[in-house]
Structures are given as structure tokens and as C-alpha cells.
Design a protein around this ligand. Structure first.
Ligand SMILES: Nc1nc2c(c(=O)[nH]1)N[C@H]1C(S)=C(S)[C@@H](COP(=O)(O)O)O[C@H]1N2
Ligand SMILES: [Mo]
Length: 428
């Protein structure tokens, strides 16, 4: 978080334009950061820098590495793991979103959700079978797939259970990682599924495709054919290198904007079928119960969502002054059209700047200058996607479903900033 302790009055009139209550400023104010900080006397005078050579200049540096790792100084930036007792491979690891910048999740920090551990798969032996209601059943190895035309796109993957704690009880504690960390965003490269299905010759009666993973849980999900023929891909690469084992090596199904669970990892079979198969993970799990007792199954698209990450629970404000509020917004419905921010508990809102490029079904960074006066404040963000869908309030979201539901929770998030700078999760 940018935590310059500028005095409230050091900026010029031009950049001090208030755009909403609670001290939200026009985005031009960000350009005034250096001046504001310098004038407030918190930056050291330039003459005191560069007098002597720093230690790093006095001896040759160390040698080369065959695979780079983050600096030792960055060792505390890790995922938080929550696994089942006695079942170390069942559970989740969460991305520390508030410790990262930009939009791409480094592959080593991509969240993980495994239902029975990470299988160790030799890519030379792994096969993907396309069968069922097709003219020609086909088998693909990774080597064969790599000869097909590939696409490269940035997309988020989000577990349907991300922020589920906010829907039920118990969501109020913990830092932003525990609440939002089942979201990551990568550049994926792979073969459009449509190319493979067209080659196999999907029959007219095939309305669904059953996707199965090669892990010990045999994760299986039914996917509507329309999604398979749209932007689905068999992903082989993640951020320029082969998929990480945890994220589906050597190949995974990527269904942009759809609930994480249907993005079957370690993909081994795609079976064209006339109707959904009703597997465990689409009936008893990853579906939502409605107030009338019915279940909303195959609700795959994730709605618009956003969260302020700087500041957020886990990052403490460093006293009154000029800050940049920033966070991520994403939607399974397409591109983010706008993100609005409030610093007065939702009474007034102002539009944040989006750091481009804004891509479809991808995490988008938003930024908003804020002069915090040091008194308690409630800050919120509200995303609207290109379909015009807007994040609901928590109460509106809760009213749609039976009590105790947590999947697909995408309501507006509110953080309370206390006078001492700590940030906590609150419900309005
Ligand atoms: N084969 C298989 N695919 C799977 C899973 C699994 O356990 N086995 N977990 C699913 C769930 S619940 C989610 S949220 C995503 C998580 O993807 P990631 O681990 O790459 O973040 O993978 C999905 N695909
Ligand atoms: Mo998930």
C-alpha cells in the first residue's frame, strides 16, 4: 500500500479535487503524491542519498541460476494452506492477493483446490480421450495437442466457495487471504476445445460434455455443449510455462468465467452426452439451494465481483494522509465496465481508474486516490460488468438463496478502517 504521510493541506488546489465523501479524490491526485510527500518532509533530502557506495556495489554479485526464485526477502509472501486432518491433499491453499500487484498471479502463488491431492503424471504417458456421442473417438497426447493451433488468453479461476464465509456465519474474522484467496488470474495457452470437438465430430444429440480428471478423486463435471464450443480450452501452459502440477499438469479444462470446480484438472476424458450426468460435484456440491427447497444446478457463470485489497484485513493503515486504494474486479460475464468506490459507508461513490488492458473474464486492477483524515471509515467497491450486471448488496444476495448457502457469493464487500489503522470485515 502506498502510505505517504502527507499533511492534508500540502497539495495544490488543482489535484485536491474531492470526488466523493470521506476523502475520495480525483485520480489526478495520484500525480501529486511525490510533491505532497516531499512538501510534508517525509522524504529524505536528495543530497543525503548516494554519498557512499552501498554494500551491494563493493564486491561481485553471485552467479547464475537455472530456475529463478523470488528474493529471499520476499519469503513471507506465501499461500496459506488449509487441509483436512489426516488428508493432506484434500483442502485448499489460498493466494495472498493483498501482497501482490498488477493482475497476474505468479504461478507459484496460484490458489489450489484438490479433492484428493496432486497426482504425479508423466506427460509422455498421459492421454486425453474424446468419446461418447461423436463420429470419431479420438485420443490426444500432450505432444499431439501441441501441434494444434493454440490461443493465449488471460482469465481468472475462482472457486465457487470463495468468500462463502461472508454469506454464512464466521466470515468476519481472518485476513483478506482467508476470505478472497480462492481467486487467481493467469495467462493461459492451449487448444480451443471447439477445434478438438469439431475434429471428433460431435453429434447433434450431444448437448453436454462430461469432463473427468486423472486424479484419485476422478473429479467429473457435466458442461453444456454451448460453453465447450465457445471459449473453453484445453490449457497446456500457464504464464508462459507448462501448467504447474497443482493446477492440472499436463492439461486442464479451462472454462473462462465458470465456477472453478468445473475447470477439471489433469483432464483425461471428455464424453459427449445427451443430458447432464448429475455427478456428486454438481448435485450435492457446487449447486445452490433456493428458498423454496429446489437446487440451482449448473449455475456455472460467476457474477461480477470486486474487493479492495489495499487496504484490507491484513494490511494496516499508517496514519492519516494520502493513500491509493486499489483492488481487483472480475466477472464471468465478460469485461469489467466500471468499478465504483465509496469511503463513507456507501453514501457516496466515485468511479475508480482501471489499469488496462481490461480483458474479458479476467481480473482487472482498479485504483482510487484517498485522503484519509484518520477517523473511522467504511470503504467499499462495486463492480459492473459489460452486461450491465452490478454486484448486489449482501442482503439482496442472501434473499435469493436458502439459509446457509455460500457458493457464488459476490456481494459488495465493506471494510471498516479504525482510527488506529486496522482494517476489518464488516456487514452493512
Ligand atoms: N481433477 C480435478 N479437477 C479439479 C479439482 C480436483 O480436485 N480434481 N478441483 C476443482 C476445484 S473445486 C477448483 S476451485 C479448481 C481449482 O483450480 P486450481 O487448483 O488450479 O486453482 O480446480 C477444479 N478442478
Ligand atoms: Mo472449488
Amino acid at each position: 500500500m502506498i502510505a505517504h504521510k502527507g499533511k492534508g493541506n500540502v497539495m495544490s488546489e488543482r489535484v485536491d479535487e474531492v470526488v466523493a465523501g470521506g476523502g475520495l479524490l480525483h485520480r489526478r491526485a495520484l500525480l501529486g503524491f511525490a510533491a505532497a510527500v516531499g512538501a510534508a518532509g517525509t522524504a529524505r533530502a536528495a543530497e543525503s542519498v548516494g554519498q557512499g557506495s552501498p554494500a551491494s556495489m563493493l564486491k561481485p554479485g553471485r552467479g547464475f541460476e537455472t530456475y529463478g526464485q523470488p528474493s529471499d526477502w520476499e519469503k513471507p509472501i506465501v499461500k496459506s494452506v488449509a487441509a483436512g486432518a489426516g488428508r493432506p491433499g484434500t483442502g485448499v491453499s489460498r493466494t495472498p492477493l493483498h501482497r501482490l500487484e498488477g493482475t497476474i498471479t505468479p504461478s507459484g502463488l496460484h490458489f489450489e483446490r484438490h479433492h484428493n491431492g496432486i497426482p504425479d503424471i508423466d506427460p509422455a504417458k498421459h492421454e486425453l480421450l474424446i468419446h461418447g456421442l461423436v463420429e470419431r473417438p479420438l485420443v490426444f497426447t500432450r505432444e499431439i495437442l501441441a501441434r494444434y493451433p493454440m490461443e493465449t488468453r488471460v482469465h481468472f479461476v475462482e472457486c465457487a466457495g470463495n468468500t462463502g464465509g461472508n454469506a454464512g456465519l464466521g466470515g468476519l474474522t481472518g485476513d483478506v487471504t482467508s476470505l478472497y484467496g480462492l481467486l487467481s488470474n493467469s495467462e493461459w495457452t492451449g487448444v480451443p476445445l471447439k477445434i478438438l470437438l469439431d475434429e471428433a465430430g460431435v453429434k447433434k444429440e450431444a448437448r453436454w460434455v462430461l469432463a473427468e480428471g486423472a486424479d484419485p478423486v476422478g473429479m467429473s463435471r457435466s458442461v453444456p455443449i454451448a460453453i465447450c464450443l465457445d471459449d473453453a480450452m484445453v490449457a497446456l501452459y500457464q504464464n508462459g510455462e507448462a501448467l504447474r502440477p497443482a493446477n492440472g499438469y499436463p492439461m486442464r479444462l479451462l472454462l473462462p468465467g465458470c465456477q472453478g470446480n468445473a475447470n477439471v484438472k489433469w483432464l483425461r476424458r471428455l464424453k459427449a452426452v445427451p443430458t447432464p450426468v448429475n455427478t456428486k460435484d454438481e448435485t450435492s456440491k457446487y449447486s445452490l439451494l433456493l428458498p423454496d427447497g429446489r437446487a440451482e444446478e449448473f449455475h456455472l457463470e460467476l457474477g461480477p465481483k470486486s474487493a479492495i485489497l489495499k487496504p484490507s484485513p491484513g494490511l494496516t493503515m499508517q496514519g492519516a494522509g494520502l493513500y491509493e486504494i486499489s483492488g481487483l474486479a472480475w466477472s464471468g460475464g465478460g469485461k469489467i465496465r466500471k468499478v465504483e468506490v465509496s469511503a463513507d459507508g456507501g453514501r457516496s461513490w466515485a468511479q475508480a481508474a482501471l489499469t488496462g488492458p481490461v480483458q474479458s473474464k479476467a481480473a482487472t486492477r482498479f485504483r482510487m486516490p484517498w485522503r484519509w483524515d484518520g477517523s473511522p471509515a467504511v470503504i467499499l467497491s462495486r463492480a459492473t460488468d459489460e452486461k450491465g450486471e452490478v454486484q448486489p448488496t449482501r442482503n439482496a444476495w442472501l434473499a435469493k438463496y436458502a439459509p446457509g448457502q455460500g457458493y457464488h457469493y459476490n456481494a459488495i464487500q465493506s471494510w471498516a478502517v479504525a482510527a488506529n489503522g486496522t482494517v476489518t470485515n464488516v456487514y452493512l
